[in-house]
Design a protein around this ligand. Structure first.
Ligand code: GLN
Length: 414
């Protein structure tokens, strides 16, 4: 019945909306395997997931169906699929982009982001969608820097919108923090080596690498998986079969609620509604949701302290490259562990960008993420832009669609 503000703004700017893309149900997932429409395949290797939850958007851009796509990032749903599909993806600061027209998942975490092939694409779409919206009271009135794209490309920008002196296509003077906590045992060796190689390139371009510690990182996963389901359980209460969503008819009102919610929500959504409702229930609120909010404050403070000494933080996006379809579906915890490096930015509300920095032995893309202080998206675009001027990873494309089609035929993927 109406468009989201972000969609209206793209249409106003002359862009053509091609369609909606696949996602995990209510964006709860890391692989699109929780989608009611089926699983999206990764254009780089069809038996692998594209990531999630915005895996349909990432796969569409990676497969050359569209140059740009939108997605939302509550715990990594733009950065992780961007990484799995060899794309550049931006998760803006919380409150930077209007959520009017969006189905809410975790209201204190959700933000609309975008996928493209390179930082310049994202700077363009970000400049169109970001900014205050009277229809979303959480949007900030902090002005959105004007992205002068010619200037960004030519590096001759004289607006004072970028941290770096763009007359000088180097990263001289940029201090990049490298947190120990993001280089854990268990991370795929090729992911670690590609990210370290990219750090080396940033250093060669003039950045200074500074070890930093974000000591509460290990709590991000349990904190997120309490806060997000708690908020989701409240948000999804509106799907009662009366006002929103489909309805299963029954004689008694209570049966309409029970049957509609019982039959129409998928397994992962029900798991989270139950977990979240429990975490919010009388007697447990302080022990779970309240406690998680306190630890969230500590996670946010880790970043604030780090940003007193440094300009950006660099880390892997995910511990592994794209995993196989079905690999984690029987074990929700192992699926949740895929989000370990992306969740902290959502808990802190800070912006993050993911971009390709290499490929593993299977030919699957490896991503790196940069995180910045609140409302400093331009610093992320500029740094990634300079890295992409010096490297070619973002120019690689998956096997041609033609070959993919033959492959599908041969292997009979369903
Ligand atoms: N994978 C995370 C989750 O399932 C994040 C999803 C998202 O960002 N929407 O909650």
């Amino acid at each position: 019945p109406y468009n989201a503000t972000v969609v209206e703004r793209l249409i106003d700017a002359g862009m053509v909306i091609l369609g909606k893309t696949n996602t995990d149900e209510f964006t709860m997932g890391s692989s699109t395997e929780n989608s009611a429409f089926g699983t999206t395949h990764n254009p780089w290797k069809l038996e692998r997931v594209p990531g999630g939850s915005s895996g349909g958007s990432a796969a569409a851009v990676a497969a050359n169906m569209a140059p740009l796509a939108l997605g939302t990032d509550t715990g990594g749903s733009v950065r992780q699929p961007a990484s799995f599909c060899g794309l550049t993806g931006i998760k803006p600061t919380y409150g930077r982009v209007s959520r009017y027209g969006l189905v809410a998942y975790g209201s204190s975490l959700d933000v609309v982001g975008a996928f493209g092939r390179q930082a310049v694409d994202l700077a363009l779409i970000f400049s169109l969608i970001a900014g205050i919206d009277p229809l979303d009271a959480t949007t900030s009135d902090i002005p959105v820097p004007e992205f002068n794209l010619d200037a960004l490309v030519d590096l001759k920008d004289d607006h004072n919108v970028f941290l770096l002196n763009s007359a000088d296509p180097s990263l001289n003077g940029l201090r990049i923090g490298v947190p120990d906590e993001y280089f854990l045992a268990g991370i795929q060796p090729q992911v670690e080596s590609a990210v370290k190689e990219a750090l080396h390139t940033l250093e060669e371009l003039g950045a200074e690498l500074i070890p930093v510690s974000l000591p509460h990182t290990e709590y991000a996963l349990p904190v997120y998986y309490l806060i997000a389901p708690a908020e989701a359980s409240a948000n999804l209460a509106r799907y009662d079969g009366i006002r929103y969503g489909p309805r299963i008819a029954a004689e008694l009102l209570l049966d309409i609620y029970r049957r509609t919610r019982g039959e129409k929500f998928g397994a992962e959504v029900k798991r989270r509604v139950m977990l979240g409702t429990y975490a919010l229930s009388a007697g447990y609120y302080d022990r779970y949701y309240g406690q998680a909010q306190k630890v969230r404050t500590l996670i946010r403070a880790d970043f604030e302290q780090a940003f007193e000494r440094i300009d950006l933080i660099a880390a892997p996006v995910t511990p592994t490259t794209a995993f196989s379809i079905g690999e984690h579906t029987d074990d929700p915890l192992s699926m949740y562990l895929e989000d370990i490096f992306t969740l902290p930015a959502n808990l802190a509300g800070i912006p993050g960008i993911a971009f390709p920095v290499g490929f593993d032995q299977q030919g699957l893309p490896i991503g790196m993420q940069l995180m910045g202080p609140h409302f400093q998206e331009q610093r992320l675009f500029q740094t990634t832009f300079i890295y992409q001027q010096a490297t070619n990873w973002h120019k690689r494309r998956p096997p041609r669609i033609h070959d993919i089609n033959q492959n599908v035929e041969a292997k009979k993927f369903s």
